[in-house]
Write a protein that binds this ligand. Structure first.
Ligand code: OFO
Length: 163
């Protein structure tokens, strides 16, 4: 059984994952509107993945006899300077999500909720993967550069990351 504090923090994480999904969907729209169709596809795909993260938490909360609550989701940015700005923001956002997950792990430990602690390990690993994924994309901007055909090549590379 989850403590009230644990339920509240897990529900906040549901909201953050849904917000993440909307951030990436808004970024996808910006990319599509700017002819960056590889990045648009990748970000739309990632938006769906974030929703699956929210649903996994949603199911966990409900399975334990508590109730998942759906709250207002913040409005994401919809305007960006360029593609590098988009991916700098994805990376920064993933760092924030990682921090939130680690705080959740701390709460699980302080509440002696070892089942939730165990459940959260999936998110700990996932955040490691996501930080790496977005850092690797940012590195492409350094290696390839956005001059000339660079932007086209980066967009194509990003498209190839869609599973
Ligand atoms: Fe982008 O990761 Fe969810 O948690």
């Amino acid at each position: 059984m989850l403590t009230q504090k644990m339920i509240q923090r897990l529900n906040e994480q549901v909201n953050l994952e849904m917000y993440s999904s909307n951030i990436y969907l808004a970024m996808s729209a910006w990319c599509a509107n700017n002819g960056l169709h590889g990045s648009a596809k990748f970000l739309k795909d990632h938006s769906k993945e974030e929703l699956s993260h929210a649903y996994k938490l949603f199911d966990y909360i409900n399975e334990t006899g508590a109730i998942a609550t759906i709250d207002t989701i913040g409005k994401p940015d919809s305007d960006f300077k360029d593609l590098k700005d988009v991916f700098e923001k994805t990376y920064k956002h993933e760092l924030l999500v990682s921090k939130s997950i680690l705080e959740l792990v701390d709460v699980a430990l302080s509440e002696k909720d070892y089942a939730t602690f165990n459940f959260l390990q999936w998110y700990v690993s996932e955040q490691h993967e996501e930080e790496k994924l977005f850092k690797d994309i940012l590195d492409k901007f350094e290696v390839i550069g956005m001059e000339g055909r660079g932007l086209f090549m980066i967009d194509r590379e990003i498209a190839s990351l869609v599973q």
